[in-house]
Design a protein around this ligand. Sequence first.
Ligand code: NAD
Length: 368
Amino acid sequence: MANPSILILAGDGIGPEVMAEVKKIIGWYDAKRGITFDVSEDLVGGCAYDKHGTPLHDDTMAKAQDVDCVLLGAVGGPKYDSLDFSVKPERGLLRLRKEMDLYSNLRPAQCFDALADFSSLKKEVVAGLDIVIVRELTSGVYFGEPRGIFTEGNERVGINTQRYTESEIARVARSAFELARRRNNKVCSMEKANVMESGILWRQVVQEIHDKEYPDVELSHMYADAGAMQLCRWPKQFDVIVTDNLFGDLLSDAAAMLTGSLGMLPSASLGAPMANGRPKALYEPVHGSAPDIAGQGKANPIACILSFAMALRYSFDLGEEATRLEQAVEKVLADGVRTADLMGPEGGVPVSTSAMGDAIIAALDASL
Ligand code: NAD
């Protein structure tokens, strides 16, 4: 049988620096666990524009459709800010998400005990937090028609349309229920059914999919504004939250910040199952290309490494190996190893990107 395949698109800025640490870890799995991935690499974002005049070449797009999953670093940078909108680095990422039809965006908010002091909330509220927000990614108000700025009478009017079909809601609901079954079996669906018809349909469809296909999973519904309050008040009440594109954008950013640094946050974007039964998938850190620290060996590679852990779990059914990697990260943090972004007021000497990767590999070695 062919080895599982990964396309690495490291991108711009700190993307290649943090991805270099993931490549070391992929090498570790090959050497120490006998798990071999067929890894190919290509360009996305500004570096692809520099070479091909487009942020994502058609050949790269075709490769992305052909592999078991894509691992992406980050795209963008000041050099590309004045480019036409159609060829900006971010368009490469948007094309990948759109053409792979990655409708389900998983954003975990996990608080490692060693970093609980970094949250703006009290330590007891966030220590041990482990929740996932599932955001619908390819429909809703960011895509609905009509949209635009029009003239009505003697003034302008800005219009966006929140539109969801039943099947769009059903597929992201299934994705959340499947995820909950691998976790603590609890889903909270958030919308504004009190003021939006699309919210009423959302609630009905999520409930129907639950009753027909996932009656074993505990389901609750919450208005998204109340959900935002509950996330700040007592986030540990949640396991999986499923919500639409707009509310998910807001709630996942708020939840992410419960846990501290941007350098720690992984994400997965999943689509429909492929012939092998696994979803189309793209894994990437939440952070951008961090031009202010690029090329200095200061970037925290953990978000990218935890994104690879998500790939192990969701694309390769290697949940135990994913847990091994997450525990290695936890151990390194508990031992006080910190990149510059994780330094508290007490100070200390930060380690480089590469030293953080090496420390995680040493912890993986120790796990055997
Ligand atoms: P950013 O996430 O790149 O950086 C924000 C701040 O967080 C910076 O101070 C940066 O140094 C720090 N930071 C980010 N990741 C870090 C890490 N791994 N370790 C340590 N510190 C880290 O956001 P920005 O500055 O708003 O955007 C920079 C560029 O990245 C822009 O061109 C933007 O369009 C692009 N961007 C890309 C993505 C993506 O590729 N998915 C996401 C967001 C922004």
